[in-house]
Each structure stands twice: as C-alpha cells, then as structure tokens.
Design a protein around this ligand. Structure first.
Ligand SMILES: [Fe+2]
Ligand SMILES: [Fe+2]
Length: 132
C-alpha cells in the first residue's frame, strides 16, 4: 500500500508543478516500499539519490518561475528549498556512511517534508500564478 497519496488538496494550481509533486510522492512511496520489502542498502541509497536529484530539479523549476514572474515571496521560498535539500543530502550521507538500515522514521521525515512544503510554502504561490 502506498504511504502517501496525491489528492486535489495538494494541488498548487500549476499543472506542471502538480506533476512534479506527484513524482516526488511516488519516489517517497518507492523508498517506503523498498524498505518494507527489506531491499538492500544500495537500492535504498539509489532511490533516495533519485528523490534528491528530482527534488533539486523541481525546486529549480519553481525558482525559475518565481524569477520569471517576479513572485514577491521568492526569497523565503528559496531559503526553504535550500534548507530542505541540505537536510535530505545530510540524511543520504549519513545513510551511505553507516551500514544501518534506513529507519521508518526517516521515511516519515521525508513524507512530512514533502507534504509540509507543498501545503505550506507551495500553496502560497497558487493565487499568484492563478492569473499568469
Ligand atoms: Fe514544490
Ligand atoms: Fe517549493
């Protein structure tokens, strides 16, 4: 069973970004499934790496749209992106360095940061982009 599901409540009103968010959620689910199935460290590390790379790509796309349209809250939002990526990268480094299995707490953390960011910072740009 999937850990997280994308619903309309997560929509930010920009089709392209909703698509990106769906992919991010799919990757967190994939990580969760891999963990539940007891798949090896390498598999977990690969999926986590993919999630980080994709998130990086998505954040850059949002930021490019902010710059293009002069979104007034771009500064705070970019800072939130940087902090999240830093956290996720630190997590992967720890995971890669130690032989311990990635805990379900880590998955919970990833789930929260993906949904919290979408429901928080990302939702704030919905109205701004609605007429653009
Ligand atoms: Fe986003
Ligand atoms: Fe964002």
């Amino acid at each position: 069973m999937a850990l997280m599901e994308w619903t309309d409540r997560l929509s930010v009103g920009v089709e392209k970004f909703d698509g990106h968010h769906k992919r991010m959620i799919a990757l967190v689910n994939e990580l969760h499934d891999a963990m539940s199935e007891g798949r090896g460290q390498q598999a977990l590390s690969r999926i986590l790496g993919e999630l980080i790379d994709y998130t990086d790509y998505h954040f850059s796309a949002e930021e490019a749209a902010f710059d293009e349209h002069g979104y007034p809250d771009a500064g705070t939002h970019k800072e939130a992106h940087a902090a999240l990526l830093e956290k996720a990268r630190a997590l992967k480094e720890q995971h890669d360095a130690g032989a311990t299995m990635m805990s379900l707490e880590v998955i919970e953390f990833l789930k929260d940061w993906v949904t919290d960011h979408i429901k928080g910072e990302d939702k704030k740009y919905s109205a701004f982009f609605a007429d653009r």
